[in-house]
Design a protein around this ligand. Sequence first.
Ligand code: ATP
Ligand code: MG
Length: 157
Amino acid sequence: MLFKKVLVPYDESDHAKSALHIAFGMVGDDPEAEVHVVTAVSVGALPDPLFGGTSLESPFAVTSQMDYDAILGSLLQHTRDDMAGVIEGARDGAVCKVETNAIVAASPVEGIAEYVESHDIDLVVMGRRGLGRLSGMIGSVSYGVLRSVSVPVMTVK
Ligand code: ATP
Ligand code: MG
């Protein structure tokens, strides 16, 4: 198999779900292959611990670094738990290894690009669009990833 380590950036959208099916279809019968399913959380969407307040996009109130770490930990755990169910539904009998991760990054694009580098990913399969409401040919995360990684990127509907 040409590709051994496939990354599916995952945002719960239907396009990202079909990316999961396609990734499993491509490498699923190779027990040595790995599918990494990763959700990136923007640092800007998290509460700002310095000011002890809430960020505009965050429903959480934070009063100390301890609260911040606890909130962050449970947010990432929830994301991983949610992904686990979806992945089981998309596996289609695949025997490859699966790794799920939730990461915090300056932006989803930067987080995904860093993940590609640090995990030696050799193919990215992602949705052409995501959860955004505007319709158009391609979403900003897909566009940014296409521009910033050197490995092949497959965008799917
Ligand atoms: P926009 O966000 O620009 O309004 P959109 O939501 O329609 O547009 P994108 O966000 O580019 O489109 O989503 C395209 C694909 O990128 C998704 O199907 C998913 O594979 C991936 N993706 C989007 N956001 C994230 C994220 N936060 N973490 C991981 N993957 C993501
Ligand atoms: Mg989006």
